[in-house]
Ligand binder design. Structure first.
Ligand code: ZN
Ligand code: ZN
Ligand code: ZN
Length: 479
């Protein structure tokens, strides 16, 4: 294997005269034979490649040497180096900069380096016959081993574009046939909604189960839906469903809670973003028990509105309770004082209805552990069920949540794992640092700017957990 340096060390005329394809591999074979001449497969490759280099017909040279569309000379070495270091590089233009100052690597060493990344070596072995010979012969068999399950999924994910009617199952590590291609629909959790023919889909005891994220009470999004939406964006209509088809507007059953929810989705920069706006009418001057009754589900003691896995730590719930305290109390008392208040409310109706929040509940909050942001508001909302017109406009608490759910390449991607709290048991350096990852760009700003660039929320952004204390359920502030 030769790098830029080796190539520049060769006489320019020789490099040009030799052509392109036969030359680098020929050099590779020589360095390989030097390092390990006893390898039978290597000598076989050696003889095959030498035969290729000597007997390459002018037609083959023409096809492999010059790009017929651009007229540019193709350089396979560039391709090899970009494979070794950055598989996802959009082009090979950056390769000379990336590899400047690095010594040339022999072919055997190059292949050995790849063995740390199994799926890359497997992909390389499938790319062409010479590479299949150079790579480890049992590489595809190795992918079958349980220890290499993630590498197998990463390898299979690269075949996504070729299977529009199938979906990669991250439990079995195989592609399953989609049951209703293009007709997949997000349904409440209590309704069976299998997407593909997997033996785990109808299992009574669903362990291991499909990775999913709680949106609100009784509503989840399972990972296959994330796959479908992002496949639709990446590979086209036949591969999945549009993100708009996930949007819903619903309200909780009255015996569960008084909350209404609206979900919106967008694919921005290859990531799926979610926005959930949850609201409920508020009775003013609620006692602590009343606030808990309004905010938490009695079935699982999780807030009715949409939350990430870290909602117990920090100030989310105390900010919600603070916001409820700002709801104006109806006029009380009697006598001349009451008359004065009534006159004032008639003269300045807006003042008695509009709510100004404080520094605790007004700023937008970002979860430091995952790509999620929250905004708590007290809004004046029309209650269409109210028959008395004067009471029709009432105050409601609205909690908006924005989340980045990742690029859908696997359930182990940083964003998806962080939002679900799967990284919480790891040490600090392995966890998601939302202030480090997202920087100054707010997730809410990215989402709102996608739909309407002129209406990006301009609220102050604070940490959801400024003290950094992680007590989870053991903490006392959350309830
Ligand atoms: Zn399966
Ligand atoms: Zn407040
Ligand atoms: Zn979080």
């Amino acid at each position: 294997m030769e790098s830029k340096e080796t190539r520049s060390a060769l006489p320019v005329e020789t490099y040009r005269r030799r052509g392109t394809w036969s030359n680098p591999l020929n050099t590779a074979t020589i360095s390989m034979t030097r390092t390990n001449s006893s390898m039978s497969s290597t000598s076989l490759a050696d003889s095959k490649l030498r035969k290729m280099s000597t007997s390459a017909s002018p037609v083959v040279k023409e096809v492999w040497g010059i790009d017929k569309n651009t007229g540019e000379r193709k350089d396979p070495t560039d391709m090899l180096h970009s494979l070794a270091h950055d598989f996802d590089a959009p082009g090979t233009g950056r390769t000379p900069i990336l590899h400047s100052g690095k010594p040339p690597i022999p072919a055997t060493e190059f292949i050995l380096n790849l063995s740390t990344c199994l799926w890359q070596e497997a992909s390389l072995s499938l790319s062409c016959k010479p590479f299949q010979t150079l790579c480890h012969p049992g590489i595809l068999r190795q992918l079958k081993e349980p220890d290499n399950f993630r590498a197998r999924c990463a390898f299979l994910y690269r075949l996504d574009s070729t299977y529009p009617d199938h979906l990669l199952c991250y439990i079995c590590g195989v592609y399953h046939q989609r049951m209703r291609p293009g007709q997949e629909s997000l349904r409440p959790t209590n309704i069976a909604n299998p997407i593909f023919t997997c033996r785990h889909a109808f299992a009574i005891d669903p362990t291991p189960s499909v990775s999913k994220h709680r949106i609100t009470f009784g509503r989840h999004i399972s990972f296959p839906f994330i796959q479908l939406v992002l496949r639709h964006e990446l590979h086209g209509k036949s591969h999945g469903i549009h993100y708009d088809s996930l949007s819903r507007r619903y309200k909780d059953r009255t015996d569960i809670g008084p909350w209404r929810h609206q979900t919106s989705w967008a694919v921005i920069g290859g990531h799926l973003y979610m926005r959930v706006v949850s609201s409920a009418f508020v009775i003013p001057d609620l006692p602590p028990a009343g606030k808990r009754h309004l905010l938490y589900s009695r079935e699982d003691f999780v807030p009715f509105f949409s939350v990430c896995a870290h909602w117990r730590d920090g100030e989310l719930m105390s900010a919600c309770k603070c916001a409820l305290d700002h709801v104006p109390v109806p006029l009380s008392g009697g006598g001349i004082e009451r008359v004065g208040k009534e006159v004032l409310s008639r003269i300045q109706p807006a003042k008695s209805l509009l709510v100004s929040q404080c520094d605790v509940c007004k700023p937008m909050r970002r979860c430091p552990e995952c790509p999620t942001e929250y905004l708590i508001e007290i809004r004046l909302t029309e209650d269409k069920m109210e028959k008395v017109i004067s009471r029709r406009f009432r105050h409601a608490i609205a909690v908006t949540r924005w989340s980045d759910l990742g690029d859908g390449s696997s359930p182990w991607t940083l964003e998806w794992a962080a939002v679900n709290g799967h990284l919480d048991h790891l040490e600090e350096s392995m966890r998601f640092n939302s202030f480090g990852e997202s920087g100054r760009r707010a997730i809410s700003g990215i989402f709102e700017g996608f739909f309407n660039p002129e209406q990006v929320p301009g609220a102050r952004l604070l940490s959801l957990n400024p003290t950094g204390e992680r007590l989870g359920e053991r903490g006392h502030n959350w309830y």
